[in-house]
Design a protein around this ligand. Structure first.
Ligand code: HEM
Length: 230
């Protein structure tokens, strides 16, 4: 039993570390994605900054190594999360009969459900962009900036978000991502043993801020493309 408890703690630790790493990725990903909205200026064409940043992310050797770590982080986070959830279900086969008995927050109760929805989104997202960029890039239009050829990955994003169904699907996914992060971020600190009466209230507030900023930031992109002049 002790061993099992110990290994649950180790899994929580790993889930927390992988989760915090994935949140860092989301901030970088959001920053780069927002570049797609920059209008043409005297110096740059529309989408130029985004396409150059995407090219750098797709070709730099260090970033390529980082991508392996990123996918590893996703896989570990998903597998360990699933194992813990299944163990929890098995440990408590009889559900609480009195509604509201459990004191856990609604966000924490639905972690596995929001996780499943985010995972579904990720599969669609990879098919939409990642696999096209990596394995079918010959079908993507080319652009030339300062004599160098780049793939116009930006136009792929713009074309996707001209379709209302995709705008709705993506925004729904960002909402679930927000729910997942709202509990996930603060819970990661607890799992790492970093809870302290002094810092925990701040971490909880930060968790709320992150769970709003990230989904909202991502939401700006499909909305701006759909309603704007891109
Ligand atoms: C408006 C929102 C988003 C846009 C426009 C967008 C766009 C893109 C594009 C164009 C790529 C391919 C880049 C390349 O391979 O060079 C990509 C990859 C990826 N996206 Fe997104 N994305 C969005 C939101 C998200 C969210 C919310 C997540 C996670 C929950 C996510 C996770 C990923 C991952 C894991 C990859 C593959 C790794 C990488 O290439 O960096 N994306 N995304």
């Amino acid at each position: 039993m002790g061993n099992r408890f110990q290994s649950s703690l180790t899994k929580k630790y790993v889930i927390a570390l992988a989760g915090l790493f994935l949140i860092t990725f989301l901030f970088v990903h959001l920053t780069i994605n927002l570049l797609v909205l920059l209008p043409a200026s005297g110096k740059y064409e529309a989408r130029q900054m985004f396409n150059i940043a995407a090219h750098f992310m797709g070709s730099n050797i260090i970033i390529k190594l980082f991508e392996v770590v990123l996918f590893g982080g996703f896989i570990i986070h998903i597998i360990y999360g699933l194992i813990l959830q299944i163990r929890n279900w098995m440990a408590r086969p009889v559900r609480y009969r009195i509604e509201g008995w459990s004191h856990t927050s609604p966000f924490s109760k639905f972690m596995i459900h929001t996780a499943a929805l985010i995972f579904t989104f990720l599969v669609i997202h990879m098919i939409d962009f990642y696999f096209k960029a990596k394995f079918a890039s010959q079908g993507i239009a080319s652009v030339v900036y300062n004599g160098k050829e780049y793939h116009d990955l930006g136009i792929l994003v713009i074309e996707k978000f001209r379709i209302p169904g995709f705008v709705i699907l993506y925004i729904a996914a960002f909402l679930f991502l927000g729910f997942h992060l709202h509990h996930g971020f603060q819970s990661a600190f607890q799992s790492l043993g970093l809870n302290h009466s002094k810092y925990t209230p701040f971490i909880k507030k930060l968790s709320l801020v992150i769970s709003i900023i990230l989904p909202l930031g991502f939401t700006v992109i499909p909305l701006a493309v759909y309603f704007g002049n891109y």
